[in-house]
Every structure is written in structure tokens, then in C-alpha cells.
Design a protein around this ligand. Structure first.
Ligand code: G
Ligand code: G
Ligand code: MN
Ligand code: NA
Length: 250
């Protein structure tokens, strides 16, 4: 397959790189971190979206190597930020099936000298369904070192409320599909408020994804959402643009 061959070339040349989307504190109204989002511009094929190449990397058995490469790069990029700015990094369910994932992440942190307290690992609900036992073990191993664990795309998958209670998570990220409809759609507003109430009752931090306007932001903030992300604050950008953004007020 053409795209698989290009993917192997890109891994060898390290041309798939993380971009960074700002993560904002609602209370402080400032950037407190960035989520790394993989970007690939292939010379042969043009821009390929992560929604396309991540699943292919998983199928070809390349996701482990790609993930390691991206995390290493992200830790080096994040080293240029001040120590109060954290890095959020996505892990796919396929990666979480591998019990050695925890050790590999810790190795990368050690080799790059990146403080585990500044790292937040995002996992999706389907990772829990796949293999809960391994997932739980990796999560516990990472949390022991100070890494925080976020449940990504919450509300779209199959995480049970029981799992929210027992999995030792730090944060849930409310899926963009709910936030999208927060202005106007009454049911989405009810759902978002319920998720925020549940999360705060369980002592979990909340991030709302996909915030695009002030109305959505106001509703989320009023209902106790802790952090936000979305085009209102900024799209994913190359590493070299993050520094300038950190220097100016929101
Ligand atoms: O950046 P964008 O919204 O197009 O990302 C699409 C999807 O790809 C998201 O679900 C995101 O979590 C996933 N994704 C982006 N970067 C990475 C990455 O580095 N590793 C993994 N496993 N998934 C990623
Ligand atoms: O699944 P995950 O949350 O990791 O991926 C986030 C995806 O959502 C990225 O592909 C990112 O480009 C996209 N995204 C982030 N903020 C917004 C937003 O405000 N609006 C829209 N439409 N997409 C967004
Ligand atoms: Mn994510
Ligand atoms: Na998400």
C-alpha cells in the first residue's frame, strides 16, 4: 500500500511532528498547557490527517514507534516552555494494549529530562473496553510517577460510571460534539451540566473541547468546567509558534 510505504519513510525521516493546541484555565483565563496533535505533510501525498494515518499506523504495527517518536519530540519542544505549562499527549487504544507502554513512556521522560508532573496522558473510552486489566495497570504505573491521566472524548464511548470511579483518572475531556451544541440545544446543555456535576463530585478536573465562541465558554464556566480548548483560544500550531503565544495575554 502506498500510504504504508510513505508512513515508513516518514518514520525514518521523522517528518511526522506534533503541533500544539492551547489548553486554557477557565479561572485564570490563561494558557496552562498544550495538547500535542500529530501532523503529517507528505511530499508524495500532501497533508494526511491523523484520523487517517493513526489507524493505518495501528494496523501496520507502527503506532508504537510513531508514538515514541512523537512523545520524544514533544518533550523536547515542551522543554522550551516555563515549568508551569503542561503537555497533553494522546495514546490510542492499540498502544494501551501493550503492557510495556508505561516503561516506554517513563524511559522517554528520563532520556529527555521531562518532569512527569508536567505530562498528561489522554486515553479514550474504547481503550478501557479493549483490555481493562492492562489499561488499569499501565494507568497506575504512570500515575505513581506523577503523570496525570485524562479520559478523552468523554460521552461518545463506552466508559461506565463505575469505571470513572474505579480507574483512578485525573480528568475527563468533554467531547466536542456536546460543546458544539451548547449554544441553543437544550438537551446538550443539560448533558454537559450533568457531566460537569458528576466530574466535580468525583473530584475530577474537566476540560471542554471544541469551544468556538464566548457563549459556549460562559455556559461551561458558569457550570464549573475547569479547563477549555478550542478554536476560540487557538488551533494546533507548530512548536515555534507556541513561545510567542505564551508571551502575550489571551
Ligand atoms: O488533530 P485532529 O483533531 O485532526 O486529530 C484527530 C484525532 O487524531 C484525534 O482523535 C486525536 O486524538 C488523534 N491524534 C492526534 N495526534 C495523535 C497522536 O499523537 N497519537 C494518537 N494516538 N492519536 C492522535
Ligand atoms: O480527539 P481529540 O480530542 O484528541 O482531537 C481533537 C481534534 O479536534 C483535533 O483534530 C483538533 O484539530 C479538533 N479541534 C480542536 N478544537 C476544535 C474546535 O474548536 N472546533 C473544531 N471543529 N475542531 C476542533
Ligand atoms: Mn485528545
Ligand atoms: Na478529544
Amino acid at each position: 500500500m502506498r500510504i504504508e510505504r510513505e508512513l515508513r519513510n516518514a518514520l525514518a525521516a521523522q517528518t511526522i511532528v506534533p503541533y500544539y493546541q492551547p489548553l486554557v484555565s477557565m479561572a485564570e483565563n490563561r494558557i496552562i498547557g498544550f495538547e500535542a496533535l500529530a501532523r503529517w505533510q507528505s511530499e508524495e501525498l500532501g497533508v494526511i490527517a491523523p484520523g487517517v494515518f493513526i489507524p493505518i499506523a495501528e494496523e501496520c504495527g507502527l503506532i508504537g514507534e510513531l508514538g515514541d517518536q512523537l512523545l520524544r519530540r514533544a518533550c523536547m519542544d515542551a522543554a522550551t516552555w516555563t515549568a508551569d505549562i503542561k503537555l497533553a499527549f494522546n495514546i490510542s487504544p492499540v498502544q494501551l494494549r501493550n503492557a510495556s507502554l508505561g516503561l516506554r513512556i517513563l524511559n522517554i521522560l528520563e532520556n529527555t529530562g521531562f518532569d512527569p508532573h508536567r505530562l498528561e496522558i489522554e486515553i479514550t473510552e474504547s481503550a478501557l473496553v479493549d483490555n481493562l486489566e492492562v489499561a488499569q495497570r499501565v494507568i497506575d504505573q504512570l500515575r505513581q510517577t506523577g503523570i496525570r491521566i485524562a479520559l478523552d472524548d468523554f460521552g461518545t464511548g463506552y466508559a461506565t460510571l463505575r469505571q470513572l470511579q474505579t480507574l483512578h483518572l485525573d480528568k475527563i475531556k468533554i467531547d466536542r460534539s456536546f460543546v458544539d451544541r451548547v449554544s441553543g440545544d437544550n438537551e446538550s446543555m443539560v448533558i454537559v451540566r450533568a457531566i460537569l456535576g458528576l466530574a466535580s463530585g468525583l473530584g475530577l478536573i474537566t476540560t471542554a473541547e471544541g469551544i468556538e465562541d464566548a457563549e459556549q465558554l460562559a455556559y461551561l464556566k458558569a457550570n464549573g468546567c475547569t479547563e477549555g480548548q478550542g478554536y476560540l483560544f487557538g488551533k494546533a500550531m507548530p512548536a515555534q509558534e507556541t513561545l510567542a503565544l505564551l508571551k502575550r495575554p489571551l
